[in-house]
Design a protein around this ligand. Structure first.
Ligand SMILES: [Zn+2]
Ligand SMILES: [Zn+2]
Length: 228
């Protein structure tokens, strides 16, 4: 599992803090940085990685599934891989839909069984190995949770909507709150956006006020998109 290994090795490295005001990082650049992909060097969002036309900072993504990377694309290239027929191929369009899973059920004991050390985590189904993988944002990037996922299988069984997730490109994003667990079904690039902002703004042991404010704003945005 090349991706997991490189994610872990990155998590051990010392985080590099960018200077100046924190801009929202391009999700593909964030992912490239911890998978060692070519995205690590290039300026994100400059041109479509399939046909090379110029694209703006806000653009859709196509997942290169076997290679574990996201490609920044123009709209026409993105649409080529959006059909149902294309959804099982090498390249897959990352969906743009956000769903708030209001009836999501997870007990405090089930949360504890997942072994996630922070109040944020995302899970997605990986075609390779046909299994769920779990990550949480950390100052070093996305860290894979190395737990036994039997507890998660129980959660999936109790929450049928999770069975609708599109493998590799759609994720379950969880945030533990005072009242329980907030759950959203989101495009995978949204998770990498969250990883990027945690990496950029995390301070000290608990993260600091700024990072939690940015996390609040991030969740406010996805709640808005989920209602639309
Ligand atoms: Zn293109
Ligand atoms: Zn991009």
């Amino acid at each position: 599992m090349r991706t997991s290994a490189s994610l872990r090795s990155l998590a051990r490295g010392s985080p590099v803090r960018p200077q100046g005001p924190a801009a929202t990082p391009d999700p593909a650049a964030v992912l490239g940085r911890f998978t060692g992909g070519s995205r690590a060097q290039g300026a994100p969002g400059e041109q479509c990685e399939m046909c090379a036309v110029p694209i703006g900072p806000v653009h859709p993504h196509v997942a290169d599934v076997p290679d574990h990377r996201l490609l920044c694309t123009c709209r026409p290239c993105y649409l080529l891989f959006s059909t149902t027929a294309a959804s099982r191929g090498h390249y897959r369009a990352v969906p743009e839909t956000y769903r708030h899973y209001a009836d999501f059920a997870l007990t405090p004991a089930q949360w504890d069984s997942l072994g996630i050390p922070v109040d944020l985590a995302f899970f997605y189904r990986q075609t390779e190995g046909d299994r769920y993988v779990a990550f949480y944002p950390s100052p070093g990037g996305a860290t894979e949770s190395l737990l036994d996922l039997a507890g998660w299988d129980e959660v999936v069984a109790a929450n049928p909507l999770l069975g609708e997730l599109i493998p590799d490109v759609e994720a379950v994003l969880l945030r533990r709150t005072g009242d329980g667990v907030e759950c959203h079904l989101v495009p995978i690039d949204a998770c990498y956006e969250l990883v990027g902002l945690v990496r950029q703004s995390w301070e000290g042991f608990a993260g600091g006020e700024e990072v939690w404010q940015r996390i609040d704003e991030f969740f406010a945005r996805i709640r808005e998109r989920g209602d639309g």
